[in-house]
Every structure is written in C-alpha cells, then in structure tokens.
Ligand binder design. Sequence first.
Ligand SMILES: Nc1nc2c(ncn2[C@@H]2O[C@H](COP(=O)(O)OP(=O)(O)OP(=O)(O)O)[C@@H](O)[C@H]2O)c(=O)[nH]1
Ligand SMILES: [Mg+2]
Length: 476
Amino acid sequence: MMLSGRKLLDEVQEQARTLVNRSLDRHIRLAVTGLSRSGKTAFITALVHQLQQLDLTTTLPHWQLVRSGRWLGGRQVPQQYHHIPTFRFDDAKSALLASPPSWPEPTRAVSEIRLELRYRSRHLLRRQLGQSPGSLFLDIVDYPGEWLLDLPLLSLDYRQWSRQVAQQLTEPAVAMLASSWRDAVCQLNAHTPFDEQALAPLVAGYKAWLLACRQQLGLSLIQPGRFVLPGEYDGAPVLQFLPWLAADPDRSPAEGSLYAMLEARYEHYKQHIVKRFYQEHFATFDRQIVLVDCLHTLSAGRTAFDDLERTLSLLLGSFHYGHNNWLRRLFAPRIDKLLFVASKADHVTPEQHAAMQQLLRQLVYGGYGQARFEGIEIQCLAMASLMASRYMSIEWQGRRLPVIQGTDLQGLPVSLFPGEVPCGRPDEGFWQRQRANPEQGFGLVPLRPPLLPAQGPWPHIRLDSALEFLLGDKMK
Ligand SMILES: Nc1nc2c(ncn2[C@@H]2O[C@H](COP(=O)(O)OP(=O)(O)OP(=O)(O)O)[C@@H](O)[C@H]2O)c(=O)[nH]1
Ligand SMILES: [Mg+2]
C-alpha cells in the first residue's frame, strides 16, 4: 500500500523523535552518598525545593541553564519503582518551615523521588522536531548514611574483616570503650558448639561499642551498618555475629561450631542484605555526589580525623570507578561525573571555603586519582544546602575578625569565630590548639535552620555550582 505524502512525513518524524529521545539521554539517576549526618537529606530537600521554583534567576546564578533564560520549571512526578517508599519531601519541608524551624529527621530507611525538569532546548534536531521544551527526569535516592559503610565489607571475607576490627582496637581510646566484651571475645574457642544464648550478651556489647565509638569519639568506620540501624532486619539472627578476635582456628571448624556459625552469618549479611541493597538502589546510577562533613571531624579531634580519612579511602576504593572487577558488574556503573562536597560550609566564613575544598581534595585523594584515571569528570566544592548563618566582621582586641552569626538549636543567638580551616592534613600544632580551645571548633555548635519562605528561593552556598556540574551537560 502506498503511503500518502503526509503520512510518510508523520512516520519519518515519529521515528526521528524516538531516535532523538534515545540519543538525548533524558534520564539521570543521582546517587547522593555520604556518611551518617553528612547532610544528604538536607541537600535533597533543598534541591527539590529549589527545582520546583519557577524563577531561579536570583538564587542559582551559576547554573548556566538558568542564566541563559532556558529554565522552564520542575515538578515531582511518579517514581519508577512502585515498591520503594517516596522521599518525604513534604515532611522535611514542613520541619524546615515550622516555628521554630528544625532540620529533617535522621533517615531510617531508603526512599526515592523523581523530578521532571523542563527547559528550552538548544539542540537543533530537537527544535526542528518541535521538541523544545525538553524534559530531563531526575531520580534521587535517600538512605541512612550508616548503610553506606557496609559497601567495603563486600570485598572482605570474615577473617579479613576480623583483622580490620583488631587493627581498630590497637588505638587506645577505641580499645578502652571495648572493655565490656573484648576480653571475653578474645577467649572464645572456634570449635565450641554454637550457643545463641551465650553469644547474645557479647553481640550486645559489640553493638554498644559501635555506638560509643560514634558518639564519644566521632568515629566514622562503624560496621556493620545494620548493627546501629537495623531497618527491617531488627531482631533477625543475621544481625547476631561479631568479629573473630581470638586465635584463628587450627583446623577447619565443623558445621555447627561457633566459628562456622559466625562466619556463615557474616557471609549471609553480605550476600543477602548488603549486596541486595546496593543491587536494588545503586546499580544504575549515572552520577554521584559524595558529601563529607570535614568541619565536624576537625572539631572531633585527631582520632576522628584519621578514622574519616581511612573510611573514605575504603569507601571510594569499593566503588572502583570504571574498574573491571566483580563490584563493577554489581554496579554496572555508567557513572561519568563525580562531585565531592565539603558540606555545611556556612559554618565558616567565605574566605575559608578555598581551604575547605583543598582539605576535602586531600581527604578523597585516593578515590579522586582512581576516578580521574578512568576518565570520570570530578569536582570538589565547599557547599551549604541551606545557609543558616550570616557573615559579619567584629572588632576584637584592636583587630577585625570575620565571624558567623546564627541561632543555636535551643534558639539562642550565637556569634562564632570559626578560625582557619587547614588546607590539608592538620599538623600537631592544630590539634594542640584545638585541645586548648575545644569550644572554638568548626561546626561544633549546630545551627538552627534559617527562617525560610514557603514559596520563594532558599539561601544556600554553591548549590547552583553543584547543579551546573551534575546536570548542566544533560540540559543543552
Ligand atoms: N548549617 C548547616 N547545617 C546543615 C546543613 N545540612 C545539614 N546540616 C546539619 O547536619 C545535620 C544532618 O543533616 P542530614 O541532612 O539529616 O544528614 P544525613 O546525611 O541525611 O544523615 P543520615 O540520614 O543520618 O544519614 C542536620 O540535622 C543539620 O544539623 C547545611 O547546609 N547547613
Ligand atoms: Mg538522611
């Protein structure tokens, strides 16, 4: 049958449209990663709010798309996976807008949100096909930072992981907190028959130690993550194991022995909890942002700083950007851009931001080098998703000092001279000054969120630079 000229034209146009949609990557899955309390949920909330504003010109000037007047608007649309809870944007926003305002709750489970972003396309083919405005679908995943720390476990067997914990315990401050369970665990015999009742108090001691390391020493390497935040596995036997700190077994432990059971539970944890979680939520991300709260770690002291450095290196090592190993097959990464963010930059005065970025660059140096080697584009930024402070300068002992002013969580006004952020790994002098003046720490006084308008734009630091880097090339 002969097609009429009009029909033929329609068909050709439809085929061309399909081709354009395929070639124009209209979908991005953004992995927002970071250790617990690094600012992931605040970032997602601020991002979603900003992207739902129609007029961004005044607040996001460093985002090219906005500057060139091509931004049309953003809205939340139904997400791809129906079985995953939706990110509770309205709850987070209500908390920020409440009187008094408060930060969103710590995250206890995974959730997702999908946005459709509309813009006027510069793409010639798309314009000719009548497809300007263009749409980009952005998927964002939020999850508890505690679970990120499980990722490096995937490349450790039970014996290797146990050695890593034994190494952590060589730090005196860390060992001191383990006194309630460590001696008993060091005395265990690999071949004794497994006894759930006898194991329970030891595991409870181990879990309490993990929490104490985080709360009292500000440590980041808290593994396994589900031991401090079990989610749906609360009470399951798979969360009842601990590292082997006694002598290694002299012969292969029989089935039903203590060692065999601990090892089996560890492996089950890796295969059925960790691997499944990452397969389900992280397998297909295209871009990644890694938030790091450098300032809080500087305040927490040297042990915490060293621990953060080690933790980041373990984490970035396990992403193995572009590497052809089994982790790569797990993630099938298409990731081509990686943004490292030193979060909560509103806790220091602006002239410190360059040092903050430098410090972050040093902290993530290992992963940075690896990713760049694989051709992934990388950037480091000092950013605040929500700016909770104002900058001032005050007269003090005949000098002008830059300070930040804000409100603490109790509602009292605070003026802080945060001091100078070291550009790299701090020297001994820095830690000594820190010990002498503990109240001077960066980010030690958490700030209450600022008073925000329900509809208008929200104050931030470099959120627009982050958007330019993460989305700019996909919205041409
Ligand atoms: N001043 C300031 N504080 C921030 C900012 N972002 C986060 N915070 C602070 O950091 C805390 C943790 O932020 P969240 O966004 O909940 O961190 P998270 O990474 O989602 O934490 P988990 O869900 O526990 O993994 C907040 O309660 C605030 O006190 C920011 O941009 N500026
Ligand atoms: Mg969170």
